[in-house]
Design a protein around this ligand. Structure first.
Ligand code: HEC
Length: 98
């Protein structure tokens, strides 16, 4: 009797282990999706996310270096521009290269 109880306990532990493996895989999958989700380049991101509140002329009229763009882009994110951290990096790379 006690031997089968231990067997049952081990089976439960094994199931728990498998479930946690599946959950672990699930979360690493979604982080891969995050990376794939932003294959858009910096130029396209600016053209899509930096309009609506003002025209692109307003963006391209500004001449500054990367440090200057960091201040501005972070300001725009606070204003409501939709950029995740990877997209923000790409936008900064692109704007600094103009
Ligand atoms: C949610 C609205 C909104 C979005 C989206 C937005 N902006 Fe702006 N932007 C503003 C407002 C409001 C101002 C004017 C007030 C200010 O300077 O904060 C402005 C001003 C600017 C200026 C002029 C600032 C200066 O110092 O002369 C630049 C450059 C600029 N935005 C760039 C961008 C870029 C690049 C993006 C995309 C990453 C962007 N904006 C997206 C609202 C927005």
């Amino acid at each position: 009797m006690s031997v089968s109880k231990i067997g049952l306990l081990l089976l439960c532990l094994l199931l728990l282990f498998i479930v946690s493996l599946i959950i672990g895989c699930g979360s690493s999958d979604s982080s891969i999706n995050d990376t794939q989700g932003s294959t858009i380049d910096g130029k396209t991101l600016v053209e899509q996310r930096c309009i609506g509140c003002h025209s692109l002329d307003r963006v391209f009229a500004k001449k500054t270096d990367k440090a200057g763009w960091i201040v501005i882009v972070d300001d725009m994110i606070k204003n409501g521009a939709k950029l995740n951290s990877q997209e923000r990096d790409k936008v900064l790379e692109y704007l600094a290269s103009l």
